[in-house]
Design a binder for this molecule. Structure first.
Ligand code: PMP
Ligand code: GLU
Length: 404
């Protein structure tokens, strides 16, 4: 008798509460369609289409030759953490010592460590929506309660101090936001963060996760860090990594800087999950963070050109409301004017229907705004070649024109 005959095929209670990552799901569906020969343009997954810079690859090759093949310390190699501490000082004026840094298998794991280490069962985590897909699900894994606060497109998707204050309850443990933001591209100015910090200072038990993974893809000027604001250092976890700015998504390397007790808590969690991040990726990341950030500016310039192109093209599409993103590589148009319209007897009820419709009709893969907590929008990643982007917008326009 095989195991499957005797075991009920039953998922854990946790799994039944959890959604599949919508970004990764759309990437999977696009790959499947492509492998069947369909001409899919995938603007679903948020990753640079550039290759990792040569000097970083060289550092990784050297690490292999130098036999960095053993388990590293759980929180990462001392020299790499020192290099990250220097980066935080150089770019963000944040003073972290190497023992306040925890290196992880992608910024995603850094966030998961922090939430698992600091949020208890039933505690609330405020997520200004639109938020990055995985925040809500990671909070659920920790037993926390995601509290979504919808920020409208006409305020550039920015959380106001009044909205923040209204969402705080005695159970609030954490606020998580990203700037530049995935999925909106919104960048908080220092004075806007300061206004939020003014509210938070009244509630000393709330921890902030400031996700700065898109720091290097900011078209609006200066990057601001929550931890640098008065009274915030002791309760902010600053997340960053090399995936986006250095085109290193596959290397799976992220990091955080935090007060020592929080860093230790994250290390304890990591020690039970992945032991440590990959030795070779760490050495590659060291080369990245030690480099002058100017080495990434060509990629940023390309993203800016593409942003301008896609924004201009999308503005020509009837019925879309397009916000101009100040950073990252996403555009998050409001598509709600198409809800209630139909094609071939099928009515589009929401952003997920529209996303599926565009994929089925014209083979352009996008991600529904519902996954990011905003059911009126769709996310378009413009980290793709200009020619592909032009063709994608033409196809989107063609699909939408079929609806009436
Ligand atoms: N935060 C945000 C806002 C993201 O978009 C991503 C996507 N990759 C991550 C964190 C995770 O980054 P990593 O690939 O380093 O895990
Ligand atoms: N963060 C990227 C995205 O939003 C990569 C996919 C993921 O990790 O969710 O598309």
């Amino acid at each position: 008798m095989s195991n499957t005959d005797t075991l009920t095929q039953r998922e854990s209670a946790l799994l039944t509460r959890l959604s599949e990552s919508a970004t990764l799901a759309m990437a999977r569906i696009s790959r499947e369609l492509k492998s069947k020969g369909f001409d899919v343009i995938s603007l679903s997954l948020g990753e640079p289409d550039f290759n990792t810079p040569e000097f970083i690859k060289e550092a990784a090759k050297k690490a292999i030759d130098d036999n960095f093949s053993h388990y590293p310390p759980v929180n990462g190699y001392q020299d790499v953490r020192e290099a990250i501490a220097k980066k935080f000082k150089r770019d963000n004026n944040l003073d972290y010592t190497a023992d306040q840094i925890v290196i992880s298998t992608g910024a995603k794991q850094s966030i998961a460590n922090a939430v698992l280490a600091l949020v208890s069962e039933g505690e609330e985590v405020i997520l200004p929506a639109p938020y990055w897909v995985s925040y809500s699900e990671i909070v659920k894994i920790a037993g926390g309660v995601p509290v979504e606060v919808l920020t409208p497109i006409d305020t550039d998707f920015k959380l106001s101090p009044a909205q923040l204050e209204a969402a705080i309850t005695p159970k609030t443990r954490m606020l998580i936001y990203s700037s530049p933001c995935n999925p909106t591209g919104t960048v908080y100015l220092k004075e806007e963060l300061e206004a939020l910090a003014e509210v938070l200072r009244k509630y000393p038990n709330i921890i902030v996760i400031s996700d700065e993974i898109y720091e290097l893809i900011n078209f609006s000027g200066k990057h601001a860090s929550m931890a640098g604001l008065e009274g915030m250092y002791d309760r902010t976890i600053t997340i960053n990594g090399v995936s986006k700015g250095f085109a290193m998504t596959g290397w799976r390397l992220g990091y955080l800087g935090a007060p020592k007790w929080m860093a230790d808590a994250c290390t304890k969690i990591q020690g039970q999950f992945t032991s440590s991040p990959c030795s070779i990726s760490q050495k590659a990341a060291k080369a990245a963070v030690e480099a002058d950030p100017a080495v990434t500016f060509d990629m940023k310039a390309a993203f800016l050109r593409r942003r301008d192109q896609v924004v201009a093209d999308l503005k020509e599409v009837p019925g879309l409301i397009v916000n101009v993103p100040a950073g990252a590589f996403y555009i998050f148009p409001d598509v709600s004017s198409y809800f209630g319209k139909a094609f071939d007897g099928k009515t589009i009820q929401n952003a997920s229907d529209l996303c599926n419709f565009i994929l089925e009709q014209e083979f352009v893969a996008l991600v529904t705004g519902e996954a990011f907590g905003d059911p009126n929008c769709l996310r378009i990643s413009y980290a793709a070649a200009e020619s592909e982007l032009t063709e994608a917008v033409l196809r989107i326009k063609r699909a939408l024109a079929k609806l009436n």
